[in-house]
Write a protein that binds this ligand. Structure first.
Ligand code: TRH
Length: 417
């Protein structure tokens, strides 16, 4: 499918620069990479993406010794190794400072030398802090607000620069969600050709024929944090009357899988484990498009953090969101805020809410699964309607480009004639 090229005002050659520090896990890099790729492919914007953790980056690309390299270009996105201390030539520094936009992802703090160079630049970049995703009400109030900064330039004079807070979100008045132009069409293509697409996906694994041919077999994906009550869920799946196939991408929750199947070591990629009605397969950590395919083909997805959570919503399948645990259970308030938007109060939705609450408090969900399982057809309809609702809104990349355009127009209006 060809993607539309929607050029931006200052010309497609003005690069955007993104800085990303990987705090933990893969979400920070995953979001920045997805955004950079979309800006490049759909808007023709050259993007340079500085990432500080190339071992984590290597998870996304199968390139030998990636973590020893200084730069790497994938699908037009130019990755740069953000080492500490950050050393770039004076000329590069000047160019970066004059990017069209500089995105400081998730409050990662730009290198001080770059901020000073922005203060020195005749045409400094638009400075954005791309924030974490939350459905809480305050997000709408804070989205797009400027934070005035006073930065000393090389001559020691304080220069006023604004840093804008850009909040992704689910509702109008927020920055929206990452959604490539062809994403929903990709899901429709995969889902309308079921069960063939599912068989093709599973073909590399030598699964028992009776399972593949079983129309009642429930297919789930599970990508969650350690500490999740995985044992109870697996027990429920094993003792159920209908079969299930649980696909688990390589991640730390394999330790729970190891415990459930009483293995000496965590199972390796490709392992097929069976107990009762449950078959579990360990998948490799796939590239992002392949992971979307998995989400599209499953009847129920367990996702986590931020990016896989958003992808599961666009896949239009019922899901369980495992939130990144925060101090004083702040993540539970986030969960409630999202659930209030996502769902109503039907019997099925109430069952789902109970399941999410218990799971996110690390409590056993064995019985709740048996209650939830018959509700999946209703939850499938609800997930589809949420997907369609989200699809009506402008996506995050479109909102960023629009925000940039508006700031350009504002600057042009304010410039002396
Ligand atoms: O890895 P995460 O737990 O990241 C989290 C969140 O971003 C959270 O907001 C942040 O505070 C915390 O890290 C520090 O979960 P997330 O966000 O789903 O990111 C996983 C990425 O990995 C996402 O881009 C999808 C991608 N992925 C693949 O590309 N292939 C795979 O096989 C799997 C399982 C995931």
């Amino acid at each position: 499918m060809s993607l539309q090229n929607k050029s931006v005002p200052s010309g497609p050659n003005t690069p955007w620069t993104v800085f990303c520090a990987a705090i933990d896990n893969y979400g920070d890099i995953g979001v920045c990479w997805r955004l950079a790729r979309q800006l490049q492919q759909e808007y023709g914007i050259p993007v340079e993406l500085w990432v500080d953790d190339w071992a984590a980056l290597a998870r996304f690309f199968s390139v030998p010794d990636l973590d020893t390299q200084e730069s790497h270009t994938v699908q037009g996105v130019h990755f740069r190794n953000w080492r500490s201390p950050w050393e770039v030539s004076a000329q590069s520094l000047e160019c970066i400072a004059a990017s069209a936009v500089i995105i400081e992802a998730f409050g990662c703090s730009l290198p001080a030398v770059l901020v000073r160079a922005m203060a020195d630049s005749a045409a400094p970049a638009l400075w954005l802090n791309l924030e974490y995703l939350s459905a809480e009400d305050w997000v709408r109030d804070c989205h797009a607000l400027p934070s005035p900064q006073s930065i000393p330039n090389a001559a020691g004079t304080a220069v006023a620069l604004s840093k804008y807070f850009f909040f992704p979100g689910f509702v109008e008045g927020t920055g929206g969600l990452l959604r490539e132009a062809d994403l929903l069409a990709r899901h429709t293509t995969l889902q309308s050709a079921l069960p063939l697409t599912r068989s093709a996906f599973l073909a590399p694994y030598s699964l028992p024929g009776e399972l593949l041919g079983d129309p009642h077999c429930l297919m789930l994906s599970m990508f969650c944090y350690e500490g999740a009550p995985v044992l109870g869920l697996l027990a429920a799946l094993a003792e159920a009357s209908e079969s299930s196939l649980c696909l688990v991408p390589e991640s730390r929750c394999l330790l729970s899988v190891q415990a459930f199947f009483e293995l000496v070591e965590a199972p390796e990629v490709g392992a097929i484990l069976r107990r009762g009605a449950l078959t579990l397969v360990v998948l490799p950590f796939a590239d992002q498009d392949e992971y979307d395919r998995l989400l599209s083909l499953c009847d129920f997805n367990i996702v986590r953090g931020e990016d896989s959570f958003v992808r599961a919503q666009f896949a239009g399948r019922p899901m369980l969101w495992h939130l990144y645990p925060q101090q004083e259970n702040a993540h539970l308030a986030k969960m409630e805020a999202f659930f209030a938007l996502y769902s109503g109060q039907s019997e099925a939705e109430t069952a789902l809410h109970g399941f999410w609450s218990r799971w996110n408090q690390g409590e056993d969900c064995r019985d709740l699964w048996h209650h939830l399982r018959p509700q999946l057809p209703a939850l499938q309809r609800q997930a589809r309607s949420w997907q369609q609702k989200l699809a009506q809104r402008p996506d995050l990349a479109a909102n960023l480009v629009q925000f940039y355009r508006e700031r350009c127009e504002e600057t042009a209006r304010e410039a002396p004639v």
